[in-house]
Design a protein around this ligand. Structure first.
Ligand code: C5P
Length: 288
């Protein structure tokens, strides 16, 4: 029997992101077009002799909650299949910056669930796997599926969309980070001025018209950022657009900002080094 698998955990972007209501359970209802991109962590999952779950990560200055999310994913999967006597070691080789809005931690968690299902030969249905993912975190179901999806509810109600046409994406992670619960709270205190036109974005993407879709990329969280951080995000967006991006927006609760370019070559020619860590990626058709 196989005792080890390696999974790729892809980053996601929110092409559009709207928060449409606050729920009695404290979460918010979302409406967001999510896209998996070719920037990934590698997740190695190994069965070990003794029961217990161990998580280790290649960057040692990462906050503990990343370990916790991958560990929680393993625990929830093993609980679901009634195999809590199994021992599992997870090793994550990071490439996706953390605290960026790129779902690095959520994607690692989804990779643990996908990998364990392969390793243990259980072959759960996608529906079951998605249910386990939803119990781990709001972005984890999307990370299991990948591709291009409209996400609603907490983020777990997914509708597959036409794949994103070929384009180049540049991602800039500025030096600051944002707390997700604090940004949700800040947004609650605001009257949201501008929202994305999600339907128009989806329709342009469905026609394969990246030039019409890209300028509609928009994230309501940008208006909830404190002044200095908002100005930084504006500056990064300005630099992306000056370099020829067809559209630019922050992803998730930030702080990473992406620009959509006609092709990878144009994205790579953009001089963005002064604004933070820079990554280039292409949109993925499947979670792969
Ligand atoms: O689901 P997850 O644990 O990733 O969410 C982290 C935090 O983000 C939640 O505790 C909540 O404050 C906020 N959140 C929310 N509504 C969502 C998703 C997340 O309020 N749909």
């Amino acid at each position: 029997m196989m005792d080890s698998v390696r999974e790729r955990a892809f980053a996601k972007l929110n092409f559009t992101l709207d928060v449409v209501g606050k729920r009695p359970d404290g979460y918010h209802d979302m409406e967001t077009v999510m896209q998996a991109v070719g920037l990934w962590d590698e997740v190695d999952i190994t069965l070990k002799g003794e029961p217990g779950i161990e998580v280790d990560i290649s960057w040692d200055d990462l906050p503990k909650d990343l370990h916790n999310l991958a560990g929680k994913a393993a625990r929830e999967y093993l609980n679901y299949v009634n195999m809590t006597d199994i021992g599992v070691e997870v090793y994550i080789t990071k490439a996706i910056p953390d605290r960026a809005g790129l779902a690095g931690g959520s994607s690692d968690a989804a990779a643990v669930i996908r990998g364990l299902d392969r390793l243990l030969g259980r072959g759960l249905s996608e529906e079951e796997l998605l249910k386990i993912c939803a119990g781990v975190g709001s972005d984890v179901p999307f990370c299991l599926r990948g591709g291009t999806q409209l996400a609603a509810g907490r983020g777990e109600i997914l509708t597959r969309l036409a794949p994103c046409p070929e384009c180049g994406i540049a991602i800039v992670k500025p030096g600051f980070s944002v707390s997700t619960p604090e940004l949700f709270a800040a947004l609650d205190g605001l009257k949201i001025g501008k929202r994305p036109d999600t339907a128009r974005f989806i329709s342009a993407l469905g026609r394969g018209d990246i030039a019409a879709a890209s300028p509609l990329a928009f994230n309501v969280f940008e208006q909830a950022l404190p002044g200095a951080e908002r100005r930084t995000v504006e500056a990064v967006k300005g630099a992306l657009l000056d370099a020829g991006a067809l559209g630019a927006a922050m992803t998730g609760t930030g702080s990473a900002v992406f620009g959509i370019f006609r092709d990878a070559g144009q994205a790579r020619r953009a001089d963005l080094a002064g604004y933070g860590d820079v990554f280039f990626a292409d949109p993925l058709k499947f979670g792969e």
